[in-house]
Design a protein around this ligand. Structure first.
Ligand code: SAH
Length: 216
């Protein structure tokens, strides 16, 4: 059977599974049915790309589990034309999902080698993502403010710097906890210095390393 055809079937199956697990945002499901996750992992593990689990990428990092990507993206309430800052580009899969939803995507990655490889991948797949190599716990002031900020690594706290770079009415989604497990936080900036925080289930991310994150 043609490989691309087989993967398309596996993507449809994955989306059904995500629906069963409680993901209901049609835009999220639509985007995840479109993005070819197998092109964001090493060729040797492509066969596993549509299982609902995290997979290894370069330099001890991971591409998040599809359910985690769907859960975070759903909390983010992405709409076409919104400016979204991602912290932790990794493989670029999450950024591609945001692009498919019509967002204008900015992403920061601290590991240069990974960022350069992913930049090339996204370019080849014609996903337009602005990429910065650096410490994302400081955000990306150049293009601030953002409508949404999504952190895809585990943080010990909610970095003040990121909240400052949100518009009023903007949303920050970030896993907060210790190095082993984190709770998903959705922080809504209601006024200049007022925030409303909702706390969701447990997740496990690789550590956010930087000035407002963990020490290396
Ligand atoms: N969103 C990614 C998942 C990435 S895993 C995907 O879809 O594949 C988390 C990523 O965050 C790793 O690549 C790690 O290097 C990066 N990271 C960790 N601390 C960071 C920081 N302070 N700034 C930017 N990126 C960081």
């Amino acid at each position: 059977m043609d490989k691309e055809y087989k993967f398309k079937g596996l993507r449809e199956k994955l989306v059904k599974e995500l629906r069963k697990k409680g993901i209901s945002d049609e835009q999220v499901l639509f985007a995840m049915e479109k993005v070819k996750r197998h092109l964001f992992v090493d060729e040797l593990i492509q066969e596993s790309a549509y299982e609902d689990r995290a997979l290894p990428i370069l330099l001890n990092q991971t591409i998040s589990q599809p359910y985690t990507v769907a859960f975070q993206t759903q909390l983010l309430e992405v709409k076409k034309g919104l400016r979204v800052l991602e912290i932790g580009l990794g493989s670029g899969y999450q950024a591609a999902v945001l692009c498919e939803m019509g967002a204008i995507v900015f992403s920061v990655e601290r590991l240069k080698e990974l960022a350069l490889l992913t930049k090339e991948r996204l370019k080849n797949l014609v996903y337009d993502v602005q990429i910065k190599i650096g410490d994302g716990t400081l955000g990306w002031q150049t293009f601030a403010p953002y409508d949404r900020i999504l952190v895809t690594a585990a943080s010990p706290q909610v970095p003040e710097t990121l909240l400052k770079q949100l518009i009023i009415g903007g949303i920050l989604v970030i896993p907060v906890g210790d190095r082993d497990t984190q709770k998903m936080y959705k922080v809504i900036k209601t006024h200049e210095n007022t925030y409303e925080t909702q706390i969701f289930d447990d997740f496990k991310f690789v550590p956010l390393i930087g000035d407002k994150g963990w020490k290396e």
